[in-house]
Design a binder for this molecule. Structure first.
Ligand SMILES: *Cc1c(COP(=O)(O)O)cnc(C)c1O
Ligand code: SF4
Length: 362
């Protein structure tokens, strides 16, 4: 595709030109039979939308390209086996107030829209894709801020989605300013995958002005593969950091995409190179329509074990799994303390040596 540079660098152009049908997609790629069937069978259930930018990262020669696997539907999503395993809302996010999940005392999660630049095939909220593209209403903003006001224990508001930074300037500013009026809210966290899916969003000074105005804001983004760390993504992150907004990353462990130690090492190393701190590596949740991306906990632990010692401690995320029934996240760590008798401890070093260590309290 040949497009003028100004258009390519425009977020609105990227959104307006999202690829949503088989015919459009076939202008860029030769589709596999399971993709053609997947696009047909997921219609109206888990729709497809891909920004030209994200599409351009796909290697057309590689049927297992990690971007391709994250963006183009395959028939397996609606296979009976994948549909029977998993639940639409395995983490029990839906509660009393629509769009609000208050699981941990000090922080609350707000679902601000059902819209995303790309509909990721592994999304833990793919249940909302078929609800149509709807942004939070002024009435809902009122309801949610009333709830937060009534709960002084809430110190952090986590804006999630869909993608909150796809909201209009007006809606975003209304939401941020209403939250900022609440004295006990200390930080606002925005979960956005736009640095990965449409980094052009952050070439827009007006958006950056709004974010800077409601400081302290933190951004959590979602890079899953080293191929996603492009010059554009780096430029986006640089622009965010320049406004005093820290950027952290949450990766999901995905079979066939990044479930291999060397790929994960390259991803984490590339992230700190662009000054993004890897926060979490999540074990993939049992979400209806996405369980084919799940691998084992052993695989995750093997990857964590591989990272330790081989890359900067900055680059090592916390591997975590969300417990079923809304019981929250727990960290998972390879075993390093192998035995303990009194004050005598036996550790395993990152190179696999056994090390005895007498640790006494003074
Ligand atoms: C993950 C999550 C959070 C944030 O947890 P952190 O460990 O602070 O990242 C908050 N609320 C809900 C409902 C969550 O699922
Ligand atoms: S951007 Fe995030 S919320 Fe949207 S589809 Fe992708 S993973 Fe899901």
């Amino acid at each position: 595709m040949r497009v003028k540079k100004e258009l390519w660098r425009s977020y609105h152009w990227q959104i307006q030109n999202r690829v949503k049908t088989q015919e459009e997609l076939e202008r860029f790629l030769r589709l596999l039979p399971e993709e053609i069937e997947g696009i047909k069978r997921t219609q109206g259930i888990y729709p497809m939308a891909i920004t030209p930018y994200y599409l351009s990262l796909i290697d057309p020669q590689d049927p297992q390209d990690p971007i391709r696997l994250q963006a183009i539907p395959r028939a397996v999503e609606v296979d009976e086996r994948v549909q029977c395993h998993g639940e639409p809302d395995a983490l029990r996010e839906e509660g009393e107030i629509p769009g609000l999940t208050h699981r941990y005392p000090d922080r609350v999660l707000v679902q601000t829209t059902t819209f995303c630049a790309v509909y990721c095939r592994h999304c833990m909220r793919k249940r909302i894709f078929s609800q149509g593209e709807r942004a939070i209403s002024v009435e809902q903003i009122k309801q949610i801020t009333q709830y937060i006001k009534a709960h002084p224990e809430i110190r952090e508001v986590l804006l999630s989605g869909g993608d909150p930074l796809t909201l209009s300037y007006e809606k975003l500013e209304l939401l941020l300013s209403e939250i900022r009026k609440i004295p006990h809210v200390e930080i606002i966290r925005i979960g956005t995958r736009l640095p990965v899916l449409a980094p052009q969003r952050f070439f827009d000074q007006k958006l950056l002005d709004i974010l800077e105005k409601y400081s302290p804001i933190w951004i959590s983004t979602h890079f899953n593969h080293p191929k996603e760390i492009t010059p554009e993504a780096q430029e986006a992150v640089e622009n965010i950091l320049r406004r005093g907004i820290p950027v952290l990353n949450q990766t999901v462990l995905l079979k066939g995409v990044n479930d291999d130690p060397q790929t994960m090492l390259e991803l984490m190393r590339s992230l700190i190179r662009i000054k993004v701190k890897p926060q979490y590596l999540f074990h993939c949740d049992p979400i209806k329509g996405a369980v084919h991306f799940r691998t084992t906990v052993e695989k995750g632990l093997e990857i964590m074990d591989y990272l330790r010692g081989r890359i900067s401690g900055y680059a090592i995320p916390t591997y975590a799994i969300d417990l079923p029934g809304g019981k929250g996240k727990v960290p998972l760590l390879p075993q390093y303390l192998l035995a303990k008798e009194g004050t005598r401890h036996v550790f395993r070093s990152w190179q696999g040596e056994l090390v005895e260590y007498d640790i006494q309290e003074f």
